[in-house]
Design a protein around this ligand. Structure first.
Ligand SMILES: [Zn+2]
Length: 461
C-alpha cells in the first residue's frame, strides 16, 4: 500500500512526484521520487505533513469565547484565570472525555494529527484523590482513541501557588499532587498505555511558580527512574509579573533560573518563553530545547511577543500549540506568529529562509518538525521511517487559487484563504477526516453538547 504525491512539502522544500510506501505500522516505508511504477493511489492536491500541536489544555476548549467581556478596570491573564478555574472545578471525567473528543476532532479537521496534552486536572471536584490516580487521564486517552488523534500525554506536577513554595490556593485543589501520589499516577499511566502505540508519555513540571527547586530535582530523578529520556515540558516566562516575581524571589529571570536548576536539552520544551533577554535567547537555542509558541492564546491573554527572529537566527527550534483552544486551526496560529513579527519589525515575510522563501511553507515545515521533537514522536515530516501523517491542501485551479502555483498553496491557505477548508487528513496512513467530516462526528457532537449544557447551567457570562 502507498501513495503517489504529485506535489509534496518535504523538509527540503516542495518536491514533485514522490511515491511513499505505507508500512503495516502506519509509517512511511520507502519514499522515492519516481513516476509511480508501483501504481500507488495518486493524490493530485498539494500534500503537507500533519501538524503537531505541542501544547493543549483540552478542557479549556469549553470556555473559548466566554472571557471576552471586560469586568475589571484592567483585565489580564489573572482575571481570565478565574473563568478557567470555574471550568476546572466543574468538569467530571465524563465531561472531560466529551470535551476532549470534540476538541481533538476539530483539531484533526484543522490539520493537527498529534497533540501534546499538558494535563493538570488530577483530583475529584472537592480536591480528594480519585481511587484511580489516572481517572482523568483516562478521559484524555479515551478521547484520543475515539478520534484517532496521536497523543503525547504529560501529567503535570503542581505543588505550590507561587515562587518560594507558597501554599496552593483552594481554587487549585484539583491540580495538586503529593510526590507519592504523582509517582502512583506515573505508574498507573504506564500500566494503562493503549496498545496501539499512538500514545506516548512525558512529564511536566507546571512552572517555576508551581514547582520549587527541590521538587524539580525530585521530579527529574523520578523521570530518570520511571520514564528515562521522556519529553519534559514547562510553562516559563509567559507573563511580565512572573518575571518580576522570579526576580524578587531569587534575583533571576525565569529562564535563567530554569537553566541554572535543570539540565535543559533537546528533550525539553519551554512553553511560551515570551519574555527573554539576549542571553536567554542564546541559552535556549544552544540547549537544543524546543520553544512552544501559542501565538493566538498569547495574544488573547495579552502575554507579549516572542523574539522569533533573534531565536531562529541562532537555529533555535520551535513548534506551535493551541493551548487554551480558542482556535483549532494551525494556519491561524502561524499567521499570528508571522504577523506579530511583522508588526514589531515593520517588515514583511520575516519568518522564512533562502531554501524556503515561501513564508507559509517555512512556518509549516519547521513548526511540524519542532513539534515532533517536543512530542517525542517520529513524525512531523514526509520522510522514510516517520509516521504517515499528512494532509491534502485543496487547490482549486478554476476558482480563487487560479493564479496560485502549487508552491504557494500554503501561503494562500495561511495568509489569504480565511475560510477555506482543508482536504482529507491521514493519521498513520489511515484517512481520519474525509470531506471535512469525522466518521463519528454525530456521536462526538452529541456528547459534547450534553456536557456543555450541564456546565453552562450555573454559569452567567
Ligand atoms: Zn499552558
Amino acid at each position: 500500500m502507498g501513495f503517489h504525491f504529485k506535489q509534496v512539502l518535504t523538509p527540503l522544500g516542495w518536491v514533485e512526484n514522490l511515491s511513499a510506501e505505507i508500512t503495516d505500522l502506519g509509517n512511511f516505508g520507502s519514499v522515492t521520487e519516481d513516476e509511480n511504477p508501483k501504481g500507488f493511489q495518486i493524490i493530485e492536491n498539494p500534500v503537507v505533513p500533519g501538524m503537531v500541536n505541542l501544547h493543549s489544555h483540552s478542557f479549556q476548549y469549553a470556555m473559548a469565547g466566554l472571557s471576552e467581556c471586560r469586568r475589571n478596570p484592567v483585565d489580564s491573564f489573572w482575571s481570565w484565570r478565574e473563568m478557567m478555574y470555574y471550568f476546572a472545578h466543574n468538569v467530571s471525567p465524563e465531561d472531560l472525555q466529551a470535551i476532549t473528543a470534540k476538541l481533538y476532532m476539530e483539531l484533526l479537521k484543522g490539520g493537527y494529527t498529534e497533540t501534546v496534552e499538558f494535563h493538570y486536572l488530577h483530583n475529584d471536584m472537592d480536591g480528594r484523590f480519585y481511587a484511580n490516580p489516572a481517572e482523568l487521564s483516562a478521559s484524555i486517552f479515551n478521547a484520543a482513541h475515539a478520534t484517532g488523534m496521536g497523543l503525547t500525554h504529560l501529567p503535570v506536577f503542581y505543588a505550590f501557588s507561587n515562587f518560594g513554595g507558597q501554599s496552593p490556593t483552594e481554587s487549585q485543589r484539583r491540580f495538586i499532587n503529593t510526590r507519592e501520589q504523582y509517582a502512583r499516577l506515573i505508574d498507573a499511566l504506564k500500566a494503562s498505555l493503549p496498545s496501539e502505540g499512538t500514545t506516548t508519555l512525558g512529564i511536566a513540571p507546571h512552572s517555576l511558580r508551581a514547582v520549587d527547586e527541590d521538587s524539580l530535582q525530585w521530579l527529574l530523578a523520578l523521570r530518570q527512574d520511571k520514564l528515562p529520556g521522556c519529553p519534559v515540558h514547562i510553562h516559563v516566562a509567559e507573563q511580565t509579573k512572573e518575571v518580576a516575581d522570579s526576580q524578587a524571589h531569587n534575583g533571576m529571570r525565569p529562564v535563567t533560573a530554569l537553566m541554572a536548576q535543570a539540565p535543559v536539552d533537546e528533550n525539553w520544551c519551554l512553553i511560551h518563553a515570551t519574555h527573554l533577554d539576549d542571553s536567554e535567547v542564546s541559552a535556549i537555542a544552544k540547549s537544543g530545547a524546543t520553544v512552544g509558541l501559542c501565538p493566538l492564546t498569547e495574544s488573547n491573554l495579552g502575554d507579549g511577543i516572542f523574539p522569533a527572529v533573534d531565536y531562529l537566527g541562532q537555529d533555535g527550534h520551535f513548534g506551535i500549540g493551541s493551548d487554551s483552544n480558542i482556535s483549532t486551526d494551525p494556519r491561524q496560529e502561524l499567521r499570528m506568529l508571522e504577523y506579530s513579527q511583522r508588526l514589531i519589525r515593520r517588515e514583511r515575510n520575516v519568518l522564512c529562509s533562502a531554501p524556503l522563501p515561501n513564508t507559509g511553507a517555512f512556518l509549516w515545515s519547521n513548526a511540524a518538525q519542532g513539534g515532533a521533537r517536543a512530542a517525542g514522536k517520529n513524525c512531523g515530516a514526509i520522510e522514510t521511517g516517520l509516521e504517515a501523517n499528512f494532509i491534502e491542501l485543496p487547490h482549486d485551479t478554476q476558482g480563487a487559487m487560479a493564479c496560485v502555483s502549487p508552491e504557494a498553496a500554503l501561503d494562500f491557505h495561511i495568509f489569504s484563504g480565511q475560510s477555506r477548508g482543508l482536504g482529507d487528513v491521514y493519521v498513520k496512513g489511515k484517512k481520519t477526516i474525509e470531506n471535512g467530516h469525522h466518521p463519528d462526528e454525530d456521536k462526538i457532537n452529541k456528547a459534547y453538547f450534553r456536557s456543555l449544557r450541564r456546565l453552562s447551567e450555573n454559569l452567567i457570562v
